[in-house]
Each structure stands twice: as structure tokens, then as C-alpha cells.
Design a protein around this ligand. Structure first.
Ligand SMILES: Nc1nc2c(c(=O)[nH]1)N[C@H]1C(S)=C(S)[C@@H](COP(=O)(O)OP(=O)(O)OC[C@H]3O[C@@H](n4cnc5c(=O)[nH]c(N)nc54)[C@H](O)[C@@H]3O)O[C@H]1N2
Ligand SMILES: Nc1nc2c(c(=O)[nH]1)N[C@H]1C(S)=C(S)[C@@H](COP(=O)(O)OP(=O)(O)OC[C@H]3O[C@@H](n4cnc5c(=O)[nH]c(N)nc54)[C@H](O)[C@@H]3O)O[C@H]1N2
Ligand code: SF4
Ligand SMILES: [Mo]
Length: 747
């Protein structure tokens, strides 16, 4: 072995963007540890970051394209053969059924990969086919409320926890997720520091999570009732004279409308349904109002629930009414170094410009519910989906009613996937293109900085070269887009396609493409990121400001660059038609009658919520032994009173069922959960026939999404309801927990 070399990189897995030091011996990563000197993360690292070397070297990670042979077996293929087969499949389907019979499913990896994140738009621009994304199983309700309130779906205000005195956490568990729509390297450490500086953190969640345990107060809430609770908080703010808009007073429309709307929702009137005592609601309202700086934060538990848009809207309403908005320590907008969102025009709010074929679900800001995909494939008729392309997603695990999707995918005439693995979803594909390892591509985490309240940037060149014939992922996307567009694979000119995409981006931003193209002739994702840096607040504007920033200058700073904390950005940043914050958008208020049905509805005996664990990342990373071994984690959390009532013993097996599906799972009794609520982890169950993920298959677990109904949506945003799902729980016939077969393996 040669002398070890050490390389500074950043972990691409989540918004914490931890700086890492990678030790390489020959071409083997032999250690990853925290980079103490990273200007952003300053030594933070979680267990996943330390396993990135194993991910890179995982023998199951795809190293070449796969093409299904005449016997139905996926066989290794050359890149040329794989593209030729993709062309044959896609052009065949277009010839038989038209381009409208093709769809693309994108997923969470889009936000994590430099190539995917920049080039899905290029693919879509060329392919012009229906897209189903993971937004509608995630943050679509927040996109809707922010689009209507501030004029842009991605102008999402983030809690400034480094400067707050009162951190209200609703439906988020940063102790496990490491923060989401909240880019911060060490949220747990900051909660300690908030307390040290005399502040408080309050967690509102049906589960006493690890975040709740280290916080000052846990307020249990019945799943799906947050909108009622928050309306009651608003009610108190008005009734007790606590509304103070401060600097924003001249920039907010709709305060009276909110006052009228919340008048009926007194803390007393919603307490029995939300489970939050009226006295607690009143105290929280007063504490927020009295705080020097309060940060009111809601995340996935508020979005993926029945009233996701109302709840996501109301966290911001509370913040704005109390003046805790756009000021240090409150909710603030990021000021990114590469501000795509500020350079490109805001997409206006749209709803119903298209509808899905089977259930007639409207498009909302360009998204139709991902929950519709299965029925669009398995329901015959004009417009039925016959061909599917998947990119960086695993919906057989992550989508609601995933059993139906798993059964629908074999009905396709053709399926093409781009992924790291042959997993539960891609095992159905006819052609699989391997995604490029994170260490074989540049790192630039553009998505996370949108949610970071320091203006910083990091860029790292690839650590390893890909094999010589490798086609980088951004080129796979361009090529597939062009094929769907009707081109033949052998006539595609990637450089020309990329120049056209880049020129369009310039034109869309109102910039003359010619001089920019001349200044930046090399195609690829780095040109686009460089473009945003150069046009951003610190950029060189292509020579106009010679001392300004370029990607090359960022490259020279391997520890990253930090331009300081977020600054107030209102009213300039608002892009609503009125130029003001729209506090009471009609579209959102129109959902109140549906919310009122909660007041009279009988509560289901048991509802299911999801949970995350620091050693997971949605449905992937399950093939890395250090992350899945140890005490079994795929268990049903249930309160002792429910366990006793239902006849369940700790470590025994329970059957969890509803009309959508049924799973058998080991029981873990805990009083860290509200009675009437059970929880299953998200992302497990990974033992489907044909998967090529040896470790995942040995540590399979069960799939919560067999229980998520495909038709249960936050109706106005189209987002799936993945929390608060009615289920029944009973002792299972099998009483032993299946042993994990690989225990003791060295892989
Ligand atoms: N019940 C329930 N369901 C949920 C959730 C929940 O909390 N509960 N959470 C929802 C949320 S928030 C989300 S975001 C979705 C996530 O669900 P999906 O969007 O389906 O994403 P993942 O499960 O993260 O799968 C990512 C896939 O990308 C692959 N991959 C990794 N890196 C790359 C790359 O660079 N390129 C490519 N092409 N592929 C790559 C991985 O191998 C994996 O197959 O699940 C949702 N589903
Ligand atoms: N380790 C790890 N990190 C991740 C991921 C992962 O899978 N693993 N996934 C990444 C992704 S894609 C995302 S979107 C983020 C998500 O990041 P977070 O939003 O922090 O997600 P969770 O940890 O699932 O926390 C959601 C919380 O909502 C609670 N909850 C459920 N229903 C309700 C409700 O009705 N009301 C309230 N108030 N609370 C409710 C749940 O009990 C849970 O504690 O995490 C990201 N980071
Ligand atoms: S918290 Fe973990 S997964 Fe997220 S960036 Fe840091 S090391 Fe990676
Ligand atoms: Mo997500």
C-alpha cells in the first residue's frame, strides 16, 4: 500500500453539509472523520457520514449499466448497448402509444446529487413528459403556502436557531434527521446553547423524540391537529392584544382576515381534539409573543398530514403576527452565495392547469400527487402510462400504497432507471444506468444553502476519477431526455445540448447567453453553479467586479467560505403581485371547512406515524452493515396502556392493518409516545425478490407504506398523508422475532 493521502470533502447526504477528511490508501478509502476546520460544520459528523467510504466501495453498488435479457435477467452491458436498448424501448412505446404514455419519477437523491439537482430540468425541458416527484410526499404544503405568501415556492423562512431565545419545534426531529429545511450542522448542540443563554426549546409532537428529550418541554399532540392548535394560538394573540407586526406592518396584507378566521378556534374549543390543554396553548402563545426572538418551525410531521397546507401556513402566520419574522433569531430567509432562486424569475402560483387522468387530481404549482402514479399505470384507457423513467427514487418503498405500485410496475412496457443499486424499485427496470458515486463527481450542495442562515459556499472536485468509459449522470439525463424527444442515441451531441440548456437558463434569467457562453465554454453542472455564484451577491458578474467570486476562487478554499449570518431581506425579496406578504391567501382559507370536520369527527382508536433514525436515510444506506446492525430498530412503538388493552407484549409480534395493507412487526413498548398513536420507522423492508442488496435483504424490516392509503391527501396541495393514518393493531399469529441472518458478518 502507498502512503495515505488526506482529502477535504463534504458529506452530501443531508443539509448539515458536514466537512469530512477522507483518508485514501491506493484507491481505497480507509477512514472518514470530521473536519474540525470546516468553516461551516466545525467538526460535526453523524454516523452516516463516517460510512461514505463503505457506500463508495459497496460491492453491490452498480459499476456498469444493466440490461434485461430475453430471459428476463438483468445482465451487465456496455454504456452504448444500454443507451441503444433505452432508445429501442422508449421509441417503441412512443410509436405504439404516443409520448403521453411516458412519465418520469424523480426522488430525494435529486436534492443530494450535484448532477441530478441541476439536470432534471434539462431532462424535463427535452422530454416534455409527465413528472411525478417526491415533493408531494414531502414539503409540497410548505411550497404552496410560501408561493402564496411570499411569491415563490422555495422562499421558505428558516428558524435562526443560532440567535433565537425560543425555539418551537413542530413535527420535526432534528436529533435524528439532522435538520430539514433547516441547514445547521449541530441542531442538538444548539438546543443546549439556547438553554445556556437563557432561552427555551419546546417540541410539539405525538412522540417524545430524542429532540424532545433534550428540550425544555414536550407537548404531545394528536396527529393531524396542528392547524387547530395554531389557529388557537392566533386566537390568543388577537384576543390578548399580542399581535405586533413591527417593521413589517406596512408590508403585510390580510391581518384582519386571519383575525376573523381564528375567532372561532379558542384554545378551549380545540383542546379535546388536539390533546393540548387550553392553558398550555395560552402559555405558548404568550411565551412566543414575549420572547426577544422566537423561531416557530414546522417540518415533515406538519406537511405529510391531513391538513398539511393549513398547518404549514400557520407556523409562518404565528411568526409574522408576533413580529418574529425576518429578524435575527426568528424565521429568516437565506441569502445564498449561489442564489438560483433570486436570479431566476419566480414561478407564479398555479392550480388545475392539468389534471391526472384517473382521479382527476389537479396540478398544484406544477406538481401532481406522486400518490397517483400507481393508478396511472394500472388503470387501462387512453393516456395510460406504459413507460417510466426513475431517477434517484425508490417509490416501491417511499410512496403511499407502495404495494399497489410494486404490483403496477411489471405492467409497464418498459422502465428505465438511474440509481446506485438494484433496489425494490429498480429491480423492475429493463435498463438501469448506474449513478455516479459522490466521490467521482464534484460536490456543490446548492439545495442546502437555500435553507442555511449563514451565507457560505463549499466546492470540492471529484476525489476519484470514474472508469474511462463512464458516462456522468448529467449526461445520462441529457441523453435520455433527447431520446424521449425523438432523437437517435448516435446522433446526440452532448456539448450542443448542454450549451442549449445553459443558454435557455441565461435567457430565462434575462441575461444575454452569448458572452456568458464564451466566458464559460466547458459543459456540465459546474458551469451552472459557477454561473449562479458569479451572478450572486458576492459574484464577479463575469468580470464586471474583478474581485468578485467565481467557482475557481471557491475551489481555492477547501475549508469553505463564510460571508456571515443572514440579514433581513424583506420587503425587497417579496415577489407577490402586491409586493406584500399575503397573510391570508384565499386558496388556503378555502380549506378551513375541511378542517372544521375534525371538530365533530370521532377519533380513530389508533393512528400510525413515521419516524426516522440517525442511522437511516429514507430507503437507502440500508446496505451498509454499520448502519443497520445492532439492536433491531424496525419495531412498532406503542404506549403501555395501548399494549395492555390490545394484549401486546414487549418484543412480541403485532399485526398492524387497515384497508390498504397489513404488516407484522415486533413490538417495542414505550411511554415516549401518546396513547392512541403507534410509530413505525420510514424506509425499511428491503427484501424484495430480485434486489441486489445483500445486507438490506438480511436486515429487511417491514414497510410502513403498505399501510399508507394512496387516496389520503392534504387535498389542496396534493401531498400524501403519511402521518396520522388510522390502523388496527392486534397480536400477530407468529410470536417470535425473526433473527437477522447476517449478525457477525464482517461486511
Ligand atoms: N411513510 C412514510 N413515507 C415517506 C416518508 C415518511 O416520513 N413516512 N418520507 C417521505 C420523504 S420526506 C421523502 S423525501 C421520500 C423519499 O423517497 P424517495 O424520493 O423515493 O427517495 P429515497 O428513498 O431517498 O431513495 C433515493 C434513491 O436514490 C438512490 N440514489 C442515491 N444517490 C443517488 C444519485 O446520486 N443518483 C441517483 N440517480 N440515485 C441515487 C438511492 O439508491 C435510492 O434508491 O419518502 C417519503 N415517504
Ligand atoms: N437520519 C435521517 N435523516 C434524514 C432522513 C432520514 O430518513 N434519516 N430523511 C431526510 C428527509 S428526506 C427529510 S424530508 C427530513 C425530515 O426531517 P424531520 O422533519 O425532522 O423528520 P422526522 O425525523 O421524520 O420527524 C418528524 C416528526 O413529526 C412527528 N409527527 C408525525 N405526525 C405529526 C403531527 O401530526 N403533528 C406533529 N406536530 N408532529 C407529527 C413525528 O412523530 C416525528 O417526530 O429528514 C432528512 N434527514
Ligand atoms: S449530519 Fe450526517 S448525513 Fe448529514 S451531512 Fe453530516 S455526516 Fe452527512
Ligand atoms: Mo424528504
Amino acid at each position: 500500500m502507498g502512503e495515505p493521502t488526506h482529502h477535504l470533502r463534504s458529506c452530501h447526504l443531508c443539509e448539515a453539509m458536514c466537512g469530512i477528511e477522507v483518508r485514501v490508501e491506493d484507491v481505497q478509502i480507509t477512514r472518514i472523520r470530521a473536519n474540525q476546520d470546516d468553516v461551516w460544520s466545525k467538526g460535526h459528523l453523524c454516523p452516516k457520514g463516517a460510512t461514505l467510504g463503505r457506500l463508495h466501495h459497496d460491492p453491490d453498488r452498480l459499476r456498469n449499466p444493466l440490461v434485461r435479457d430475453a430471459n428476463g435477467v438483468l445482465q451487465p452491458a456496455t454504456w452504448d448497448d444500454a443507451f441503444a436498448r433505452a432508445e429501442e424501448i422508449l421509441h417503441g412505446i412512443i410509436a405504439r402509444h404516443g409520448r403521453g404514455s411516458l412519465a418520469v419519477r424523480t426522488g430525494n437523491a435529486a436534492g443530494r446529487s450535484t448532477s441530478l439537482s441541476r439536470y432534471i430540468a434539462a431532462f424535463s425541458g427535452l422530454a416534455k413528459i409527465a413528472r411525478y416527484g417526491s415533493s408531494t410526499v414531502d414539503q409540497q404544503p410548505k411550497n404552496v403556502s410560501c408561493n402564496l405568501m411570499y411569491g415563490n415556492a422555495w422562499k421558505i423562512a428558516v428558524p435562526d436557531i443560532a440567535r433565537t431565545d425560543y425555539f418551537l419545534v413542530m413535527g420535526a426531529n432534528p436529533a435524528e434527521s439532522m435538520g430539514s429545511i433547516l441547514a445547521f450542522p449541530d441542531v442538538l448542540g444548539e438546543i443546549e446553547r439556547i438553554r445556556e443563554r437563557g432561552g427555551r426549546t419546546v417540541v410539539i409532537d405525538p412522540v417524545r423524540t430524542r429532540t424532545a428529550k433534550i428540550s425544555d418541554e414536550w407537548v404531545p399532540i394528536v396527529p393531524g391537529t396542528d392547524a387547530l392548535f395554531l389557529l388557537a394560538v392566533c386566537n390568543v394573540l388577537f384576543a390578548d392584544g399580542l399581535v405586533r407586526l413591527g417593521r413589517l406592518a406596512d408590508h403585510v396584507n390580510g391581518v384582519e382576515a386571519v383575525r376573523d378566521v381564528c375567532a372561532e378556534f379558542t384554545p378551549e374549543s380545540v383542546a379535546a381534539i388536539s390533546g393540548v390543554p387550553a392553558v398550555t396553548t395560552r402559555r405558548i402563545a404568550h411565551d412566543i409573543a414575549a420572547a426577544r426572538a422566537a423561531a416557530v418551525y414546522g417540518r415533515i410531521g406538519l406537511c405529510t398530514q391531513e391538513f398539511g397546507t393549513l398547518a404549514s401556513w400557520l407556523t409562518d402566520v404565528v411568526a409574522i403576527l408576533t413580529g418574529h419574522f425576518d429578524e435575527p433569531g426568528t424565521l429568516m430567509f437565506a441569502n445564498p452565495v449561489a442564489p438560483f432562486m433570486d436570479i431566476l424569475p419566480s414561478r407564479p402560483f398555479t392550480v388545475g392547469t392539468t389534471h391526472t387522468r384517473v382521479r382527476n387530481a389537479p396540478e398544484v404549482i406544477g406538481e401532481v400527487p406522486a400518490a397517483c402514479l400507481a393508478e396511472e399505470i394500472d388503470t387501462p384507457g387512453e393516456g395510460q402510462i406504459k413507460g417510466l423513467i426513475t431517477m434517484g427514487c425508490n417509490p416501491v418503498i417511499s410512496a403511499p400504497d407502495s404495494g399497489r405500485l410494486d404490483a403496477a410496475l411489471p405492467l409497464l412496457e418498459g422502465m428505465i432507471s438511474i440509481d446506485l443499486y438494484v433496489n425494490a424499485t429498480t429491480r423492475h427496470a429493463d435498463v438501469i444506468f448506474p449513478a455516479t458515486s459522490a466521490f467521482e463527481q464534484p460536490y456543490s450542495d446548492i439545495w442546502s444553502w437555500i435553507f442555511a442562515l449563514r451565507s457560505g459556499i463549499k466546492h470540492h472536485d471529484p476525489l476519484f476519477e470514474s472508469p474511462s468509459d463512464w458516462v456522468p449522470e448529467w449526461q445520462v439525463l441529457l441523453r435520455l431526455g433527447a431520446i424521449v424527444n425523438g432523437m437517435r442515441n448516435d446522433e446526440i451531441d452532448i456539448a450542443a445540448l448542454d450549451d442549449a440548456f445553459f443558454s435557455n437558463l441565461c435567457t430565462y434569467a434575462g441575461i444575454d447567453p452569448a458572452p456568458v457562453l464564451a466566458a464559460a465554454p466547458t459543459p456540465g453542472p459546474e458551469r451552472i453553479i459557477d454561473w449562479a455564484i458569479r451572478l450572486g451577491p458576492w459574484g464577479d458578474r463575469y468580470g464586471e467586479r474583478p474581485d468578485g467570486l467565481t467557482m475557481d476562487k471557491v475551489r481555492e478554499a477547501p475549508q469553505g467560505l463564510d460571508f456571515g449570518p443572514a440579514i433581513s431581506r424583506l420587503p425587497e425579496m417579496l415577489t407577490t403581485a402586491s409586493g406584500k406578504i399575503e397573510l391570508a391567501p384565499e386558496f388556503i382559507l378555502s380549506d378551513l371547512p375541511r378542517l372544521r370536520t375534525l371538530l365533530t369527527r370521532s377519533r380513530p382508536e389508533v393512528v400510525l406515524v413515521s419516524r426516522r433514525h440517525a442511522r437511516s436515510l429514507n430507503s437507502w444506506m440500508h446496505n451498509l452493515l454499520p448502519l443497520v446492525k445492532g439492536k433491531p430498530r424496525c419495531t412498532l412503538h406503542i404506549h403501555p396502556t395501548d399494549a395492555t388493552r390490545l394484549g401486546l407484549a414487549d418484543a412480541g409480534m403485532a399485526t398492524v392493518a387497515n384497508a390498504t395493507g397489513s404488516v407484522d412487526v415486533p413490538v417495542e413498548i414505550t411511554d415516549d409516545i401518546l396513547p392512541g398513536v403507534v410509530s413505525l420507522p420510514h424506509g425499511w423492508s428491503q427484501d424484495h425478490d430480485g434486489m441486489q442488496m445483500e445486507v438490506s435483504r438480511q436486515y429487511a424490516g417491514v414497510l410502513n407504506n403498505y399501510l399508507s392509503p394512496g387516496d389520503l391527501l392534504d387535498e389542496i396541495s396534493g401531498n400524501a398523508v403519511l402521518n396520522g393514518i388510522p390502523v388496527t393493531v392486534s397480536p400477530a399469529l407468529a410470536t417470535t422475532v425473526p433473527p437477522t441472518r447476517l449478525e457477525g458478518s464482517t461486511r
